[in-house]
Design a protein around this ligand. Sequence first.
Ligand code: NAD
Ligand code: UDP
Length: 312
Amino acid sequence: MIRKKILVTGGAGFVGSHLCERLLNEGNEVFCLDNFFTGQKQNIIHLLSNPYFELIRHDVINPFHIEVDEIYNLACPASPVHYQYNPIKTIKTSVMGAINMLGLAKRVNAKILQASTSEVYGNPLIHPQPELYWGNVNPIGERSCYDEGKRAAETLFSDYNKQNNVRIKIVRIFNTYGPRMHPNDGRVVSNFIVQALQNQDITVYGVGQQTRSFQYVDDLVEGMIKMMATEDSFTGPVNIGNPSEFTIVELAEKVIKMTGSKSKIVYQPLPSDDPLMRKPEISIAKKELNWTPNIKLETGLEKTIKFFQTII
Ligand code: NAD
Ligand code: UDP
């Protein structure tokens, strides 16, 4: 068996930890790089005894050298609360992280995948969102450090491919949830479950009629691995998300019901530039990756609720 050497930046985060685990289980050697801004050792503690797993504390805004066959570039805070904490650092992470990792990929001839986001579509005027849509993004708003950073990273990936023949893959990830989200992550699924389990008020922002389409983390990891395995000529971008769409109030009601909680819904101000709707168009993923999401919201929520019950 050929054991590939794979670098996962942001590997101690929510998605990264699941990806590292899956890549190790498939017999690869995994290098997990993280600065622990939003990631935690706890997420990968069970992998530390595996001799084919290495943990590296490093910040992607600084250059890094290692001999690897593949790079998954996930380093970047993903929750609005955390990426808005230090917006200049967030955009530096996306842009300088992309430059450093693309430079590494070029030097060692590694294939490199970028964890991009549905946020490149901004507050979309087309619904559902296909990859061809260029988006509706505010360049100077609360979310811009993340949205524009990720858009610039896509540009860098595309230009390293055209100018230097670096083998790139871009996936645009839609709202993903699951075990190992941080209880203080601030994103909607973890917030609602943590609040419901403690019988605290469920904080719906705005009137809760904005929509999101929620994907369970295992489906995302499967999509990322399938994307990495495609022919070099196929670079994406590809939407990876679950098209089942819910309003935020529907999600709140579902979580209250599934946890048997006494929580009440309270309404708080809607943050600025909060997208009104979001749903992936996934025909490219179906055709090129032979991928569709399999895990229904109820099934994924059940697993996620169980996880939070063990840590709260
Ligand atoms: P997360 O915050 O749990 O993980 C991000 C990881 O990156 C953390 O471990 C963090 O410590 C690390 N990191 C942050 N800045 C870094 C830096 N400068 N150097 C090194 N490491 C750094 O978030 P996540 O949900 O696991 O997201 C992972 C990736 O997927 C991110 O790039 C995110 O933008 C992308 N994404 C996620 C979603 C989602 O719904 N989960 C949606 C779209 C895109
Ligand atoms: N949201 C909410 N209550 C919360 C957290 C989030 O109503 O406690 C809303 C938020 O305003 C947004 C949606 O849920 O409309 C998804 O938010 P999240 O931060 O999870 O991700 P986003 O898709 O906005 O990046």
